[in-house]
Write a protein that binds this ligand. Structure first.
Ligand code: GLU
Ligand code: ZN
Length: 295
């Protein structure tokens, strides 16, 4: 039996590139239940660094939707756009320790390559030219055990190679930002979609270089349409903004291996969520990487 003094800290980190779709809500719900069923904390972070892709008003709409589904978070919402100083500090550390280097390769010149070939690793670069910053990787495998997807092992040198931590437009890359934020928020387990499974070894590599603790990982199946496309705004997934929360929560719980009893089907979130918290068993989560949704 877990107590209120549980050290568990989970989070949900949506990008404000549009309103939530059923797939992102599935992740929100599962990470919420993992935390609440352990009397842990659940934090909300808005991944709004990629400004060209952010949609004005989307962050607020996401917060309102989570509230409507009864998914209330702990503490203040963290906005990545306000965390620049922490990212710069990490870059300074990586630079001081010789872990990163400027890269002036154009996207076009790298097209079709499965791994960055290291062109700029050891050549002098004129830093007045627009450049990205890449972190060095090695062929020594990064391994981790995912709660659902099992043992994972990646050779980063072959799997993408040295990767970007600050883009040419000076925007901090997702891989670095997420590592810094999860560490600053003392997140103990990351529950998110399988589309990010292959990002995890990159994040663990950065944690190791920066001397940060590696959290536990749980990568959930991604909801796909019949054409095998991840449900998203781009693939025409229905927004959940105007959907009745109760029935959709029940559907999401069924996909997560926890179908609520019949009598909860018409109930509001404030009745469904306590049932879900009390009955939550991570062993029942599907170990698949995708769920096909017929709508
Ligand atoms: N912001 C990312 C996304 O919406 C998720 C980040 C994460 O969970 O690590 O895809
Ligand atoms: Zn380069």
């Amino acid at each position: 039996m877990q107590t209120a003094s549980s050290n568990y800290r989970g989070r949900f980190a949506p990008s404000p590139t549009g309103s939530l779709h059923p797939g992102s809500l599935l992740t929100a719900l599962a990470s919420f239940l993992q935390a609440r069923s352990r009397s842990g904390q659940w934090h909300l972070r808005i991944d709004d660094l990629d400004t060209p892709r952010c949609v004005p008003g989307a962050a607020d709409a996401i917060l309102r939707t989570l509230e409507r589904f009864g998914l209330f978070w702990d503490g203040p919402v963290v906005y990545q756009s306000r965390m620049q100083a922490a990212y710069d500090e990490a870059l300074t550390q990586l630079e001081r320790e010789g872990r990163i280097y400027p890269c002036v390769c154009s996207r076009k010149s790298l097209k079709g390559m499965s791994a960055y070939p290291g062109h700029c690793r050891d050549r002098p670069i004129d830093c007045n030219r627009p450049h990205a910053l890449r972190v060095k990787t090695s062929a020594c495998p990064v391994t981790f055990r995912d709660r659902l997807q099992g043992e994972q092992s990646y050779n980063l040198a072959a799997h993408g190679g040295d990767f970007v931590v600050r883009r040419r437009d000076r925007i901090i890359a997702y891989q670095l930002a997420v590592v810094i934020d999860d560490a600053r928020q003392h997140i103990t387990e990351i529950v998110r979609g399988c589309d990010l499974l292959s990002s995890t070894p990159r994040q663990i590599h950065l944690q190791q270089l920066l001397g940060l603790t590696t959290p536990a990982y749980c990568h959930l199946p991604v909801l796909e349409n019949r054409a095998g496309q991840k449900l998203s705004k781009q693939t025409g997934a229905p927004s959940v903004e105007n959907t009745a929360p109760g029935p959709l929560l029940c559907q999401l719980l069924a996909w997560l291996g926890h179908p609520p009893p019949e009598e909860l089907q018409p109930a509001p979130p404030e009745d469904i969520l306590p049932w879900a918290i009390a009955h939550w068993q991570p062993e029942r989560l599907p170990r698949r990487t995708r769920i096909t949704v017929i709508s």
